[in-house]
Ligand binder design. Structure first.
Ligand SMILES: [Mn+2]
Length: 384
């Protein structure tokens, strides 16, 4: 059983002020060509199809063309899609009953009532059946009514309990989970600027809850990486969606499952975007002189280090590079400015802050007894 694992297409996304329509069309076209050539048994898309919950007509057209391009391949390749946190579950699920007849399985919503179950798609190869479980992006509140008993509000518990009620046969069958959450376990995940997370990182799911699957096809993180084990994997985006990803190597992930109990094989196929994302640092002269013909149309982030600010740097750079994302300056002047801002932001300890305030209002410093009272109040506040 060989399948493509994709996620985070973010169709309709802009990179700074540039529309990525052409870039996305070309890269999705390359995926279609790989599908024609390799003819996988399935194509899995693990969420964040669109960049926005209300995608533009242009974005919908790009995805439509992608699905159409895949669906004309003979014999037909099943396509398994879940929604991500950027997608509107309802919009994505539109016409899903009709699409199902064309082997396009779209799971927009996680189970919301006790009568609903995760969508399961069973495919067969020479070793028997493989069950694919589709788990769209969820928050604990989405699935609260699935369970009779009270549920703790953690993401790990929500995922674990949803999987438990599916009675999955992990021993004699091969199972694949498709999920779009922030899985953690083992080393620290590598994140980048094009992802959006909830503040404080309360949305993580412990990877222990999914380790019994033969393969876990994840979406959400944009850098390709495994989580705790070889078979639990984020495939990452097909394109670089922020300057912070400039060193990423974006690839197409192809997974091969052999007989039950064997480790899946992972292949990473090269992709050829029309424009790369690059970061350049140096004096304006250096950057202009060292520009290669092959990178002149790339998306470029420039950091200038000239001590004397050059005259109209953006205009000069634009004569060489056609797609400039940003021009930053890092020299003694800007560093001093940053330091000044840092100093303004230094947080004093609470007693010191109050002493300043007291002095300002009373016109005299606090006496020893007042300091003692203040320390007690602060101690109480800390405990409270
Ligand atoms: Mn995403």
């Amino acid at each position: 059983m060989k399948f493509f694992h994709l996620s985070d297409l973010h169709i309709g996304k802009q990179l700074h002020h540039y529309n990525l329509r052409e870039d996305q069309e070309v890269i999705l076209g390359e995926v279609i060509r790989y599908a024609e050539e390799l003819h996988p048994d399935a194509i899995v898309i693990a969420g964040d199809i669109y960049d926005k919950s209300v995608p533009s007509a242009e974005a919908v057209t790009i995805f439509d063309e992608f699905l159409t391009g895949l669906s004309v391949i003979e014999p037909g390749i099943p396509i398994l899609i879940i929604s991500g946190n950027h997608d509107s579950a309802e919009r994505l699920q539109y016409a899903s009953a009709i699409l199902k007849r064309h082997q396009i399985h779209l799971a927009g919503n996680a189970p919301a009532t006790s009568a609903e179950h995760m969508e399961k798609v069973t495919l067969t190869d020479e070793y028997g059946e493989v069950d694919f479980y589709l788990l769209p992006f969820l928050k604990p509140s989405y699935v609260r009514n699935v369970f009779e008993e009270e549920m703790s509000e953690t993401y790990t518990e929500a995922v674990k309990k949803l999987l438990d009620r599916e009675k999955i046969d992990y021993n004699s069958k091969r199972n694949v989970l498709i999920s779009h959450q922030f899985y953690t376990g083992g080393s620290k995940p590598e994140t980048c600027d094009s992802e959006t997370f909830s503040v404080g990182g309360i949305d993580n799911v412990d990877v222990e809850s999914v380790k019994n699957f033969d393969y876990v096809a994840l979406g959400h993180l944009h850098g390709p990486q495994t989580v705790g084990a070889h078979h639990i994997r984020y495939c990452g985006t097909l394109l670089k969606y922020s300057v912070s990803e400039w060193k990423h190597k974006k690839t197409l992930t192809v997974v091969t499952l052999e007989e039950n109990g064997k480790e899946p094989k992972i292949e990473l196929l090269p992709l050829h975007p029309i424009r790369n994302v690059q970061k350049k640092r140096g004096s304006l002269r250096e950057i202009l002189d060292q520009a290669l013909e092959s990178e002149k149309d790339d998306y470029i982030s420039v950091t200038l280090t000239d001590e004397i600010d050059p005259y109209k740097p953006k205009e000069q750079l634009e004569k060489v590079f056609t797609h400039i994302l940003e021009v930053r300056v890092d020299n003694t002047r800007t560093r001093n400015k940053l330091q000044e801002m840092d100093e303004e932001l230094v947080v004093k300890d609470p007693l010191e802050s109050f002493a300043d305030f007291y002095q300002e209002i009373q016109g005299k410093p606090m006496n020893e007894e007042e300091i003692k009272i203040m320390l007690e109040i602060l101690e109480d506040a800390k405990e409270g």
